[in-house]
Design a binder for this molecule. Sequence first.
Ligand code: SAH
Length: 231
Amino acid sequence: MHRFLATRKGNLLVISGQEFRHFRALRVKKGALVELLCEEDLFLASVLGVSKDCALCAPIQKVKKTTPTPQVVVYQCLPVELRLMEEVVDRLSQAGAVKLVPLLCERGSTAKRPEEKLDKWRRLALSAFKQCGRPEPLEVASPVPLKEFVLQEELVFLLDNFNASRSIKEVDLTKHTYGLVVGPEGGFSRREVTLLVEKGCVPLLLKPYVYRTEMAGAVATALLMNLAGQR
Ligand code: SAH
């Protein structure tokens, strides 16, 4: 079923603007069932009518959002090549992470105001949400300095292709919440590795090769979503 972003108009939901162009491109017809995200709610709705510039839909029911377990939060060091974050958002959305927290680190982006990209990253998260069928868009938080990193999940892995030897088969896969810390293109500095391990992060090695920064978090997320949590 196709998904669109909609706005409320009385008891109805309206697809307009850029979303309506997408709707037209997919050739959705009057009477079709669609899923519509309006504010925070996801609705099953039927298309009542299509005009030149919008589609009017009647909500049938709210779709119950069941977020799968485990919940994976990815702490991604901002890459020097900042546009790679667009791939990070798209891949993490598909893999099933619930939240992305950009980290400012020693060997990462030197952009003065990376938070200016937040709107773009959040728009990409919405577009990935429509494509992959997840219950909610990936939440994208504001960038924070790596040294202020606070361990919040039950188990947090430091993805470390350099020093780690522990593989995914050797870790506790029974937790409900996991964190993953991913380095930038040049990896973490020694100081950062020491700091993160002191804070309680557990070094993890993904096999068999070295991934690019925009791939590593998504691979680890997909592994946890398939191996850990729900049985
Ligand atoms: N040039 C760096 C590689 C950085 S890859 C080096 O040689 O060390 C970017 C980030 O992706 C890494 O910091 C790490 O967090 C993650 N990563 C990539 N491949 C990985 C692997 N095989 N295991 C664990 N983490 C990996």
